[in-house]
Design a protein around this ligand. Sequence first.
Ligand code: ATP
Ligand code: DGI
Length: 405
Amino acid sequence: MDATTAPHRIPPEMPQYGEANHVFELMQNMLEQLLIQQPEDPIPFMIEHLQRDNDYVPKIVILGPPASGKTTIAMWLRKHLNSNLLSVESLMAKEYSSLAADARTHYQKFQTLPDMLLVRLVQERLREEDCVRRGWILDGIPETREQALLIQTLGVSPRHVIVLSAPDAVLIERNLGKRIDPQTGEIYHTIFDWPPESEIQNRLIAPAGISEGETARRLLEYHRNIVRILPSYPKIVKVITADQPCVDVFYQALTYVQTIHRSNAPFTPRVLLCGPVGSGKSLQAALLAEKYGLVNVCCGQLLKEAMADKSKYGEMIRPFFEKETAVPSYIIMKVLRQRLDQQDCVERGWVLHGFPRDRDQACLMDSMGYKPNRVFFLNVPFDSIIERLTLRRTDPVTGERKILG
Ligand SMILES: Nc1ncnc2c1ncn2[C@@H]1O[C@H](COP(=O)(O)OP(=O)(O)OP(=O)(O)O)[C@@H](O)[C@H]1O
Ligand SMILES: Nc1nc2c(ncn2[C@H]2C[C@H](O)[C@@H](COP(=O)(O)OP(=O)(O)O)O2)c(=O)[nH]1
């Protein structure tokens, strides 16, 4: 195969650099902001965005049926994460916004908002500095699949989606006890969350739409929509039972939103298996190589092959094997480098075992730029190892190892 048709050789440093510096996520977040903000001149915007380094601010959607506690949990998360809470009510209440004024007018007439108007309100709000710097929590938005798709076309993608769930009967009963503080907007409940201060108790009001009939109607609407919304958020949805104390719901939600999902960045596994002789490194390496298409790199096998091929390094290794002394690490590293730099290892990734065996070898490997991104230490009780090794047999033809019996 001549050079013009040979596959392009990807230097091993490239994927490693991309992983180490999260280049893929960096570009993904910048592209999202470019689509949302649509700046006149993208270059200075990108420079400022990259210098901001706020790619891990909260981007949360909380969905759930009426009375499931979306607003309660969203408010607690907002306080805890020092982020911004966006709900239909808060978006319509925005001052100095013609869009919000139109929305209020429309809502007063029809008690609902057109999808596009709500989504444009969300976009207008997300463009504001505080949302860019401190992230956002969408409370009960999107309400429909159409809204979910429109929000996605804006380039707005949540990092975590929480869906609260509880039996309808529980929610209908619960909503009857909902009370709101007209001064602070805080939400309370006559049974589950009654304020201790009599001053607050006296000014609480029952919000509209909490009757059994109204709640039942909204539940019907919710169940019809939620099944069409969720497919828009594969792999980032967590369903939390809301039929438990608020605090428990909150801590499950907080734990979830503080997890970082596996990124979609292309990933080349570089696996290192460590462990005492007989711990199962060779066996697990063979299984991993077969399951994930990795290159199985057994250090001991490599050295033997180098000697069998009578290569330059093989002749350097031979005296040490003949005297049954340890081969110097720098020679092993040369043989290893030759193998790990080959196209199959760079493209498919590798699972290495039998090297490094001590800290110096690990430092040598790291200094030469071979950095595993998954390391497993196989820990086996001493007597199990003795039993395995005494029963271990190796096929002289295939080199396969089996346990006798
Ligand atoms: N886990 C919970 N256990 C008991 N009561 C709760 C729980 N979560 C919320 N509540 C109470 O239920 C009522 C409804 O809560 P909240 O308004 O947060 O729900 P919501 O999903 O935002 O409702 P809606 O969609 O109607 O606005 C409130 O009185 C709240 O105090
Ligand atoms: N019961 C049991 N036996 C195992 C397991 N992993 C490996 N073995 C067996 C297979 C081998 O004959 C022996 C040692 O395994 P190995 O993979 O050659 O160990 P290692 O020297 O490469 O670390 O133990 C294992 O997970 N369970």
